[in-house]
Design a protein around this ligand. Structure first.
Ligand SMILES: Cc1cc2nc3c(=O)[nH]c(=O)nc-3n(C[C@H](O)[C@H](O)[C@H](O)COP(=O)(O)OP(=O)(O)OC[C@H]3O[C@@H](n4cnc5c(N)ncnc54)[C@H](O)[C@@H]3O)c2cc1C
Length: 203
């Protein structure tokens, strides 16, 4: 943070915020944003690959659908039998063969890491290549699941502090649901004095 002059010549503060982002959930990339008073002066991001989260060339294992629950017209929970470990907040790719192509998309685990089967909460999109097929699956059907979970929206990534805010909209609540509750002695959430979860959704 330094004093600087804006275009009008007034003395203001220039703040530099550094952050990390990921284009595939496994690679860490660096970025920074420079604010001149309340205005964004510049945004810098390491070169990244836009298609990696959706990568069709992902390695997947065959798994079995344990159950499918329809909550509303377009909201579903899919339970999948698979022997893979993950940290609360991470995601894995679900995939189905469409013609000659494997269509893979990332979904956050909703179940706690100790619970099985794995559960994914998703919304169907009108012309979504995968969700329009996912919602037709039933118990016993085959599905592909990438064996290596990824993602940094995990408590181990969050520094110690007084308050923890978990803010989500729509299906973004998924990763927070996988954090075990209630707050038992020695539980992961006990690192913060206050934990608040805020959720926004259309009704
Ligand atoms: C790290 C990560 C975790 C994810 N976890 C979940 C999850 O737990 N549940 C879930 O439903 N989706 C999740 N998604 C989105 C998911 O991977 C798919 O993109 C989505 O299910 C649509 O797939 P599709 O093939 O049907 O359509 P796509 O062709 O992939 O998407 C069609 C359009 O819908 C938009 N879109 C994608 N997902 C959503 C959404 N959830 N709400 C509103 N618009 C959306 C896309 O931006 C795109 O423009 C996650 C995405 C990422 C990157």
């Amino acid at each position: 943070m330094r004093p600087a002059r804006n275009e009008a010549g007034h003395l203001v503060l220039r703040r530099v915020y550094r952050f990390e982002f990921s284009d595939d959930g496994s690679r860490r990339r660096a970025g920074s944003i420079v604010m001149l008073s309340g205005e964004v002066e510049s945004l810098t991001m390491e070169p990244f690959c836009c298609s990696d989260f959706r990568g069709a060339h992902v390695q997947v294992d065959r798994s079995t659908v344990a159950a499918q629950k329809r909550w509303t017209e377009d909201l579903f929970s899919l339970k999948v039998e698979a022997d893979i470990s993950f940290e609360a907040g991470q995601f894995a790719k679900l995939a189905l063969a469409v013609g000659n192509e494997m269509v893979a998309r990332p979904y956050s685990f909703v179940n706690a890491p100790t619970r099985r089967p794995h559960e994914f909460y998703y919304v169907t999109l009108p012309e979504g290549p995968l969700t329009q097929r996912l919602c037709k699956l039933d118990a016993g059907d085959r599905i592909h699941l990438a064996p290596r979970p990824a993602g940094f929206l995990a408590l181990s990534e969050v520094p110690d502090g007084e308050n923890l805010w978990m803010i989500s909209t729509g299906t973004g609540i998924g990763p927070f649901l996988s954090i075990p509750r209630p707050r038992r002695r020695g539980g992961a959430l006990n690192r913060w004095s206050w934990c608040t979860r805020c959720e926004g959704r259309r009704s």
